[in-house]
Design a binder for this molecule. Sequence first.
Ligand code: AP5
Ligand code: MG
Length: 223
Amino acid sequence: MVAQVVILLGPPGAGKGTQARRLSADLGVPHVATGDMFRANVEEGTELGRRAQEFMNTGRLVPDDLVTEMLFVRVDGVDCGDGFVLDGFPRTVGQADTLDRGMDGRWTSSVASLEVPDEALVERASGRLLCREDGNHIHHAIFSPPVTEGVCDQCGGALYRRDDDVPEVVAERLRVYREQTAPVIEHYAQNGRLLPVDGNQSPDDVHRALRETLGSSTVEGGK
Ligand code: AP5
Ligand code: MG
């Protein structure tokens, strides 16, 4: 059987990371998030991190060649052989075309898009708290506050706010999303491959809706 990839699309703050983490646990496959990979590179002080940081801090997209090279090195890893959940990629039509070619009989994909109104996106990004130990541990000051202020519920790591979650950068990320990533949604919709999901409900309800939409062949076939 060809391995399945779940592609999770949606604007900044839509809940891609929150849901990708759950789906990856459901399916027993890795969660591959290009934003998390860049932040890890920034943290480690690599050349890739240095180049990506100037784009991330101003809300712009990192150039396609840097992103796609990093992504394909990652998904060529043996742990992705049985599939993976993709969060934050593709974000341009060029990236979508490269991904379609790169799948190349190795994987098939399901494409879900989280739909959330702009007001909720700004609220979500402005209250987000991430764990320094594991960027997959995502909290929110109002919607999912940690039990102890500043401390991750899952692992005890220190919580911090992302540099690009300040209001002016969030506004630019939304503008860039409309200009460069909305056409990717259109690309999949035109191919009849887009599965829209209402992301403007509680995380548990979004998770349920995603599982239903993705169907038993994808999600319930995993662990
Ligand atoms: P990336 O890290 O991918 O950021 P993003 O797409 O802007 O999305 P976010 O991570 O901000 O939001 P999310 O949808 O994951 O939401 P989350 O689950 O955290 O990319 C960052 C940057 O890296 C880009 O700007 C770009 O520069 C670069 N980059 C990355 N990939 C690239 C690519 N392919 N090409 C070029 N450049 C690239 O949730 C947000 C908050 O809301 C959390 O606090 C959470 O607790 C809360 N929340 C989640 N769900 C709900 C809910 N249902 N109800 C209430 N609150 C909720
Ligand atoms: Mg994210």
